[in-house]
Design a protein around this ligand. Structure first.
Ligand code: PGA
Length: 251
């Protein structure tokens, strides 16, 4: 059985003061023991969060990392090796905001994914279609291409130590959520694409759904057979709401 995971992507939100408040809220949560829980603060606050959550079983990850694994001459970037040094265990790769606003392409993301794994970080590969692509009936083609890029470059074995987050772009931060069946259909296609290469890896990899997940819709989404938890944006900035979502993923 796959162990569910709920991850909070704080995006570019927070100040030292608001992060301290959020840490305090998280520390007081009753969390399920059968769910892996992680938060992804802005890099500046990673140390503060790791210190603040000491003793609480919440992993900490980064929202982005460099294309090179090790520290070196690469102005403005943060190496996966530095994230490991700070105490991170995970990193997001290819969030749609980075694909769309920063212009990160599959080639760059393949390098980031590989560099992260080379240091022992677990990459959380984010994939998803835009509204235009969905309306044109291209959802599975787009998601398949984003996933296929990593499989072609690094081999399906890369997903033995990775997580995938399906996040339809039209559902991110919009309050529109994919219906549980819409999300399940894409998750099943993602798992089938992996299974065509290696069924054991396909059965073991965790597929998270992201896009306006709240406590109110989490139970239904997480109840679908191929949805193994969620990547939570806005709702993860509220500790109580995040805690309720984490509990929805438990049994
Ligand atoms: P949202 O964001 O929950 O605010 O829609 C999800 C994400 O971008 O990871």
């Amino acid at each position: 059985m796959r162990r569910p995971m709920v991850a909070g992507n704080w995006k570019m939100h927070g100040t030292r003061a608001s992060v301290a408040e959020l840490i305090n809220g998280l520390r007081h949560l009753a969390l399920p023991s059968d769910v892996d829980i992680a938060v992804f603060p802005p890099c500046l606050y990673i140390n503060q969060v790791i210190d603040g959550l000491e003793g609480k079983s919440i992993s900490v990850g980064a929202q982005n990392s460099a294309v090179e694994a090790m520290q070196g001459a690469l102005t403005g970037e943060i190496a996966p090796s530095q994230l490991v040094d700070a105490g991170c265990s995970l990193v997001l790769v290819g969030h749609s905001e980075r694909r769309q606003i920063i212009g990160e392409c599959d080639g760059t993301l393949n390098r980031k994914f590989a560099a992260a794994q080379a240091c022992g970080l677990i990459p959380v590969l984010c994939i998803g279609e835009t509204l235009e692509q969905r309306e044109a009936g291209k959802t599975l083609e787009v998601v398949g291409r984003q996933l296929g890029s990593i499989i072609e470059e690094l081999g399906v074995g890369a997903f033995a130590r990775a997580v995938i987050a399906y996040e339809p772009v039209w559902a991110i931060g919009t309050g529109l959520t994919a219906s549980p069946q819409q999300a399940q259909d894409v998750h099943a296609a993602i798992r089938a694409q992996l299974a065509a290469e290696n069924s054991e890896i396909a059965q073991g990899v965790r597929l998270l759904y992201g896009g306006s997940v709240k406590a109110a819709n989490a139970v239904e989404l997480f109840g679908m057979p191929d949805i193994d938890g969620g990547l939570i944006g806005g709702a993860s900035l509220n500790a109580d709401e995040f805690g309720a979502i984490c509990r929805a993923a438990g049994n």
